[in-house]
Ligand binder design. Structure first.
Ligand code: FES
Length: 204
């Protein structure tokens, strides 16, 4: 038994050399393979650009206008709310599922948008234009009042055509709709009075 575990002392020198060469070659091959493997983890310029912040000039955005820009492959709405649109946000918040934007705050509502307007400035609203139910793109229905698919007391907002979820002009979802959450407000900051950076905020 002890004999079978004994280390042989008479290893052939030529065999020892062959083993050494083979191990060395393996190490070299390992380095050769490892370099592209590590490089494959480095983000490409294209990937970095895809996740990079986007700067948008909003100086010419007119009251009542919605503009869509792309950030990380997603549509981001920029809306210049009129004073009437801003006032509509105070109407009957009891119909909203999450009027104070308390759900999933870290993902959906940055700290500076945790207010009735869900924005830094009451007139300028940003939201990712993707329904929180199954990802359809809601339609703007800014005009208040009765109209197809909407109630008579419609305050103005968005209607998702897929399953009928409705959102107010701050992207807050109405109660008893399939969408579980308010629309997402992306991280953003003012670079100047007329320029916004989307995808980055003061704490970034
Ligand atoms: S995807 Fe918008 S209601 Fe279903």
């Amino acid at each position: 038994m002890s004999e079978s575990l004994a280390v042989p002392t008479n290893v052939d020198e030529s065999r020892r050399t062959l083993i050494a060469i083979t191990c060395g070659a393996g190490a070299v091959a390992g380095v050769a393979v490892a370099v592209p493997f590590v490089e494959s983890f480095a983000p490409s310029e294209r990937a970095k650009a895809a996740g990079a912040p986007v700067e948008v000039d909003i100086g010419d955005l007119k009251p009542g206008e919605l503009r869509t820009v792309e950030w990380r492959g997603q549509p981001v709405w920029l809306i210049r709310r009129t004073p009437e649109m801003v006032a509509s946000l105070a109407q009957d918040e009891s119909q909203l599922a999450d009027p104070e934007s308390k759900r999933n705050q870290d993902d959906l509502t940055p700290p500076y948008a945790r207010n009735r307007y869900r924005s830094i400035k009451p007139d300028l609203f940003l939201a990712v234009g993707i329904c929180t139910h199954l990802g359809c793109s809601p339609n703007a229905r800014f005009a208040p009042g009765a109209q197809p698919s909407l109630p008579a007391d419609w305050p103005g907002g968005f209607l998702c055509p897929c399953h009928g979820s409705t959102f107010d002009l701050a992207g807050r979802v109405f109660k008893n709709k399939p969408a579980p959450d308010n629309l997402r407000v992306p991280p953003h900051m003012y670079v100047s009075e007329t320029k916004l950076r989307i995808g980055e905020d003061q704490k970034a």
